[in-house]
Design a binder for this molecule. Structure first.
Ligand SMILES: [Fe+2]
Length: 169
């Protein structure tokens, strides 16, 4: 059965909405464990708020198009999300593995928004494109921040581990 471009766009918006909810859950779990990395914890808390706003924007776009994410259900988005915090929780190098996973997750989101922009353009949703671009820019900034902090995070991890302190989180 053929899908209209409108359907594809709506599905993409709903998937991105689920992805943002996943981001909020994943980062919340990580942030509450990050005792020894206050700068990371602070940036994560900021991105949790950004991710909530991203979800709200997607919600607005969906509503403007006559559908609500609650009606579509957040399905099939257990991808990297819960995996990250759960599988790494017991690892000695939890903070490093989480940084790698978060870097990957932000790029998944970046790819999703870039794809959504193509669909939004195809259906002529200029207002939606403006909102999507705002979220995309914040995802790109977060990805860059994670990249920039891989080195200091690894150094802190080494220092804590070398002095016998809790280095994982
Ligand atoms: Fe994000």
């Amino acid at each position: 059965m053929a899908s209209t471009i409108d359907d594809l766009y709506t599905t993409g918006l709903a998937n991105a909405h689920a992805l943002e909810n996943q981001a909020v859950q994943m980062l919340s779990r990580q942030a509450e464990r990050l005792e020894n990395y206050p700068e990371l914890a602070q940036r994560m808390r900021e991105h949790i708020e950004e991710s909530r706003r991203h979800a709200a924007r997607l919600d607005e776009i969906l509503r403007a198009r006559g559908s609500a994410p609650s009606a579509l259900k957040d399905v099939g988005q257990s991808i990297i999300g819960s995996l990250a915090a759960m599988t790494h929780a017991a690892a000695q190098d939890e903070v490093l593995k989480n940084s790698f996973a978060n870097y990957a997750f932000e790029h998944y989101e970046i790819a999703a928004y870039r794809s959504l922009l193509v669909l939004a353009d195809a259906v002529g949703d200029a207002w939606g494109m403006k909102l999507l671009r705002e979220s995309l820019a914040e995802e790109e900034r977060m990805a860059q921040w994670i990249a920039d902090h891989l080195e200091p995070t690894t150094r802190t991890y080494m220092r804590l581990a070398a002095t016998g302190q809790k280095a994982g989180v």
